[in-house]
Write a protein that binds this ligand. Structure first.
Ligand code: T3D
Length: 263
């Protein structure tokens, strides 16, 4: 892979966006390779948590604007932005949201435009105290994309989402924590250690319960009470079949730590 690094150890897959000279701007190759690596993490039983970060001083500066012009049709015409999103960006974002394992973003620096959407698609964001978040789309005359219109109102409410999207201002890490965009902050030199420790905790957890929690919350966010109650009952029935529920209950009764195996 040319634009990302991917490594698995101790139950954690680490995916590093790796175009540091362009602040990890998203080329078609980076989008494709990221989506493929996320799917690989999903299929690999050795992976129980996915960590996404950026090489160098940025997390991701969004769409690679230096490459966009070259995608214009020969002989002129509008940029095929819809096609690019459908073909490259959506297959990068959807597998992250659907991954049946926890996904943590270690936001090491600026996250702008679709790079911010990529961070928001993750289940948790641990940000460097020097990270910045920018809904940069409006600065080039676009609306938020790559799922920002889905993630932002859910995380910060529609009024704040509108403010961030319309003004396109830079918000610093402290403000991002205050409004609920990030889970926690870490000093820049401790970010990866803290993110890794967070992932280690998740990788030792009941992976199937995490997966079905993601599904249940997504369902509950749009469903009515009765259908959500029924959905919860169905998912608990599935979990009752897992090793981890048997082990969790037994460990409680034996007054010891559960040894979850993710199955
Ligand atoms: O269908 C579609 O394709 C549409 C999809 C759209 C989705 C989007 O993401 S739209 C939004 C695209 N992103 C942006 O508009 C952000 C552009 N970048 C910036 O505004 C700034 O770079 C930042 C605020 C993110 C960071 O500023 P700063 O001062 O820390 O760094 P810098 O000096 O501006 O950037 C460092 C280098 O990265 C620089 O290259 P150089 O001059 O050293 O050779 C810069 O050109 C490059 N870079 C930064 N962002 C991008 C980029 N190169 C290509 N594309 C970028 N998005």
């Amino acid at each position: 892979m040319e634009t990302i690094l991917y490594d698995v150890s101790d139950g954690i897959a680490t995916l590093t966006l790796n175009r540091p000279d362009k602040l990890n701007a998203i080329s078609l190759a980076l989008a494709e390779e990221t989506g493929a690596a996320v799917r690989e993490a999903g299929a690999d039983p050795a992976v129980r948590c996915l960590l996404i970060t950026g090489a160098g001083r940025g997390f991701s500066a969004g769409a690679d604007l230096s490459a966009v012009q070259s995608l214009a049709p020969e002989g002129g015409g509008p940029l095929p932005l819809g096609d690019i999103l459908r073909r490259a960006y959506h297959p990068m974002i959807v597998p992250i949201v659907k991954l049946e394992k926890p996904v943590v973003a270690a936001v090491n620096g600026v996250a702008a435009g679709a790079g911010c959407s990529l961070a928001l698609a993750c289940d948790f964001r641990i940000a460097s105290e020097e990270a910045r978040f920018i809904q940069a789309f409006v600065r080039i005359g676009l609306i938020p994309d790559s799922g920002a219109n889905y993630f932002l109102p859910r995380l910060v409410g529609i009024a704040k989402a509108l403010e961030l999207a319309v003004l396109g201002d830079t918000i610093d890490a402290q403000e991002a924590l205050r409004v609920g965009l990030v889970t926690k902050l870490a000093p820049p030199d401790k970010l990866m250690d803290e993110a890794r420790a967070f992932c280690e905790r998740l990788a030792r957890g009941p992976t199937r319960a995490y997966a079905l929690t993601k599904r249940a919350l997504a369902f509950g966010a749009t469903g009515d009470l009765e259908s959500t109650l029924e959905y919860e009952a169905e998912l608990q029935e599935q979990l009752a079949l897992t090793h981890d529920v048997v082990e969790g209950v037994r460990a409680f009764l034996e007054k010891r730590q559960a040894n979850f195996q993710g199955r």
